[in-house]
Design a protein around this ligand. Structure first.
Ligand code: UAG
Ligand code: ATP
Ligand code: API
Ligand code: MG
Length: 471
């Protein structure tokens, strides 16, 4: 790609790459200057040009000296569009998942289903970039646009044909996952989270809907879970745009979920596809995991899978790291589960998943993240107090905030809960309290490997701590 291809200028200087951080610019790059949440990228244009940027994608009002000013009203969108062309080609089949909860699980399950059906598949999301051979962590659910496009192009070069990626609301809003064709897009559910960023539930929902309204290929397919309060609204929008629709759930027309029965090691689902009803035995517990498997199956169908093979594959799905993962059974016989529930709705879903398996008491250990939506703290406390027998409030990534203040906000809504700030101590105490017939749920950190305190990440793994405490 030459500068003239991009900016309708005479210059045929070759573009060497794209950067959105001036510290990463090398000679011949195009720099994207975006006003951000912390700083204004437009302030770094001079630095980017000094480092060798030959073009700058920026708002028309901005001053650019020493490089082509490629004007754009929405510089993030335009940057993604042209960088998307530069880094192509990409894997042949790309699908995306959005929703408040269940994105990571669904992309990972989609990857597994494709792999079991013989495709070379990958997933991109909170767990990083996952293939059959490897997992590379990226730090964020949706890293920046340049990393995203590089990852997609790299997967293509590795021979990967199918990729499922997680479309977070931040990522959609900031075009961090734009620039690649999206052949199918799924909606899992919608509930409170991230209002620190989006401010209102309406704005949060609109950010998610960008996936269906703008990002999904006009010839693509939307896969919508039917059992959420927002499902009908999503379906109406998809129909209004005129893209192909597949619905999945108890009201699903593509995959209908009938009766669901918990079994000792998982669950049995009655599911109907194309007029035929079959019993699917899933090796995973919890209603929410069934929902995610079925949405993943919808994505697999939307990308051309045959039902027979897909049905076989669903029965062999493996657990997703940190999602209702059984870490250990304590010396006194209580199973300890680790789950990534960090919203009120997720906490309710995780507790509901375990409830049928509890004979005695359900002991929930949880906290809420610092520098994240403070309004979810009370509702998380309420849910934990109402549905658990014992709730222990502890720390979960306080970041720059005072952890005692976060706990206080939760405890205000859960006055009966026990407060133990130190997460290791809290886990030990929960396991010490639990006897045979009880279940311990450690919620909020899932797969995470650290506790973020201030600017430091202290090594911490709920599964590991559970194992050392259970001995
Ligand atoms: C609030 C938010 O979403 N911030 C993200 C966003 O940053 P931003 O664009 O606002 O960046 P900024 O720091 O204000 O800087 C503005 C611009 O100046 C540039 N810059 C900055 C400094 C400099 O010296 N030179 C320079 O050029 C930056 O590269 C940027 O383009 O875009 C960056 C990548 O493009 C992200 O790293 C960053 O994530 C921060 C670290 C973060 O904590 N994000 C969380 C809230 C997040 O995004 N989470 C979601 C959702 C999780 C989920 O529900 O699954 C996720 O997708 O991970
Ligand atoms: N379909 C679902 N319905 C309700 N809750 C769910 C669902 N799927 C997952 N959860 C809950 O949300 C937690 C996180 O799941 P997962 O990591 O798949 O979601 P996510 O949308 O990727 O989350 P994040 O916003 O952190 O990226 C799970 O551990 C579980 O407690
Ligand atoms: N993607 C979510 C993860 C939250 C995980 C929880 N452990 C926390 O730190 O709040 C976020 O960035 O809000
Ligand atoms: Mg995720």
């Amino acid at each position: 790609m030459r500068l003239c291809d991009l900016a309708r200028r005479a210059s045929d200087i070759k573009i060497t790459g794209f950067a959105i951080d001036h510290r990463k610019v090398v000679q011949g790059n195009i720099f994207g200057a975006f006003p951000g949440a912390k700083v204004n990228g437009e302030d770094f244009i001079e630095g980017a040009v000094a480092a060798g940027a030959i073009g700058v994608i920026a708002r028309p009002s901005v001053k650019v000296d020493g490089a082509e000013h490629i004007e754009a009203e929405d510089p993030r969108a335009y940057f993604a569009h042209v960088a998307g062309r530069f880094y192509a080609p990409y894997p042949d089949t790309i699908v995306a998942v959005t929703g408040t909860n269940g994105k990571t699980s669904t992309v990972e399950m989609t990857r597994q289903l494709w792999r079991m059906m013989g495709a070379r598949a990958a997933s991109i999301g909170t767990l990083g970039v996952t293939t059959s051979e490897d997992q590379v962590k990226t730090g964020l659910t949706s890293p920046d646009i340049v990393t995203f496009l590089n990852n997609m192009a790299g997967l293509k070069r590795m021979g990967i044909s199918h990729v499922a990626f997680e479309a977070s609301s931040h990522g959609l809003d900031q075009h961090r996952t734009s620039g690649v064709p999206v052949h199918a897009a799924a909606f899992t559910n919608f509930s409170r989270d991230h209002l620190d960023y989006h401010e209102t539930m309406e704005a949060y929902f609109e950010a998610k809907m960008k996936l269906f309204d703008e990002r999904l290929d006009p010839k693509g397919t939307a896969v919508v879970w039917t059992d959420d309060d927002k499902s009908d609204e999503v379906i109406a929008r998809v129909k209004a745009r005129g893209v192909k629709l597949m619905t999945v759930g108890s009201r699903g027309e593509t995959i209908r979920l009938g009766e669901r029965r918990a079994t000792p090691l998982g669950q049995a689902l009655s599911i109907t596809h194309d007029g035929e009803t079959q019993l699917l035995k899933l090796p995973l517990i919890g209603e929410y995991q069934a929902a995610n498997v079925l949405v993943a199956a919808g994505l697999a169908l939307a990308s051309g899978a045959s039902w027979g093979k897909l049905f076989q594959a669903m029965g062999r799905i493996s657990p997703v790291r940190g999602r209702l993962e059984r870490a250990v059974i304590s010396a006194r016989g209580a199973p300890v589960y680790v789950d990534y529930a960090h919203t009120p709705d997720a906490l309710e879903a995780a507790i509901a998943a375990l409830r049928p398996h509890v004979e005695g008491r359900l002991i929930t250990v949880f906290g809420a993240g610092g520098d994240r939506d403070a309004g979810k703290r009370g509702p998380m406390g309420e849910v934990a107090a109402e549905y658990s027998d014992i709730a222990i409030v502890t720390d979960d990534n306080p970041r720059s905030e005072d952890p005692a203040k976060i706990r206080k906000a939760i405890l205000k809504a859960a006055p009966e809960a026990i407060e133990i700030g130190d997460r290791r101590e809290a886990i030990r105490e929960a396991i010490r309290m639990a006897g045979a017939g009880d279940i311990v749920l450690l919620a909020g950190k899932g797969h995470e490997q650290g506790q973020i305190v201030g600017d430091h990440v202290l090594p911490f793994d709920d599964v590991e701590v559970a194992r050392e405490s259970a001995a």
